[in-house]
Design a protein around this ligand. Structure first.
Ligand code: B4P
Length: 182
C-alpha cells in the first residue's frame, strides 16, 4: 500500500470525501489545507482572519500561510500521509518538493479526481458551505484552471499521476482509488 499520497482535482470533485475515508481505513495522516484553514477561521486566529475574506472570494490563500500549516504538520510525523487540496499551484508544489527533501520523503502517488463542471457545480450547491454560492463556485473553477491544472502535467512528467473518474457512488469511487494505492 502506498503511504504518501496527494489528491488533486477541481473543487467539488470529492477530494475531501474520499481522502477522509482512505486515510481512516489505511491509518494515514489526512491533511486537508481547506479544513485546516476553516479551523483557523473558526478559531479567529491571526492566520484565520487573513484567510477568511480570501476563501469567501474563492481565491487561493497565500502560499506562505498554507506552507507554514503543512510544514508544521509533516515535521515530526513519521508515518504515511495524504495531502488533500495541497499543493494548489506550482509554487506550492516546488515548496513541497523542498520540504520533502528536507524530511527525506517522497510522494508515491498523485490521484487526479476528474468530473465535469455541471456535476461539480451541482455537488457544491448541494453542500452549501459559506463559499458555495454559484458566483464564487464559478470563480473557484477559473482559479483551478489557471493555477492548479498545470500540476497535472507537472506530476504526469514525474510519472506519479493516476486519473480517477470521480462520478458514481462514494463507494464505487473509493474502490477505484483503493485499487491504485494497493
Ligand atoms: P477545499 O476545502 O479543498 O474544498 P473543495 O476543493 O471545494 O472540495 P472537495 O473536492 O474536497 O469536495 P468534497 O469532498 O467536499 O478548498 C476550499 C478553499 O480553501 C479554497 O477555495 C481556497 O480558498 C482554500 N484553500 C484550500 N487549500 C488551499 C491551498 N493549498 N492553497 C491556497 N488556498 C487553499 O465534496 C463536495 C460535495 O460533493 C460534498 O457535498 C460531498 O458530500 C459531495 N460528494 C462527494 N462525493 C460525491 C459523490 N460520489 N456523489 C455525489 N456527491 C458527492
Amino acid at each position: 500500500m502506498k503511504q504518501r499520497l496527494l489528491f488533486l482535482g477541481p473543487p467539488g470533485a470529492g477530494k475531501g470525501t474520499q481522502a477522509e475515508r482512505l486515510a481512516a481505513s489505511q491509518g494515514l495522516l489526512h491533511l486537508s489545507t481547506g479544513d485546516l484553514l476553516r479551523g483557523e477561521v473558526a478559531a479567529a486566529t491571526e492566520l484565520g482572519c487573513e484567510a477568511e475574506a480570501v476563501m469567501a472570494r474563492g481565491e487561493l490563500v497565500s502560499d506562505g500561510l498554507v506552507l507554514a500549516i503543512v510544514r508544521s504538520r509533516l515535521e515530526g510525523h513519521s508515518g504515511g500521509w495524504l495531502l488533500d487540496g495541497f499543493p494548489r499551484n506550482l509554487a506550492q508544489a516546488e515548496a513541497l518538493n523542498s520540504l520533502l527533501e528536507d524530511l527525506a520523503q517522497q510522494i508515491e502517488l498523485v490521484v487526479l479526481m476528474e468530473l465535469d463542471d455541471d456535476r461539480l457545480i451541482q455537488r457544491l450547491l448541494g453542500r452549501g458551505r459559506a463559499d458555495d454560492n454559484e458566483a464564487v463556485i464559478r470563480h473557484r473553477l477559473e482559479v483551478y484552471r489557471e493555477q492548479t491544472e498545470p500540476l497535472i502535467s507537472y506530476y504526469r512528467q514525474r510519472q506519479l499521476l493516476e486519473p480517477v473518474e470521480a462520478s458514481g457512488s462514494v463507494e464505487a469511487i473509493a474502490a477505484r482509488i483503493l485499487e491504485l494505492t494497493s
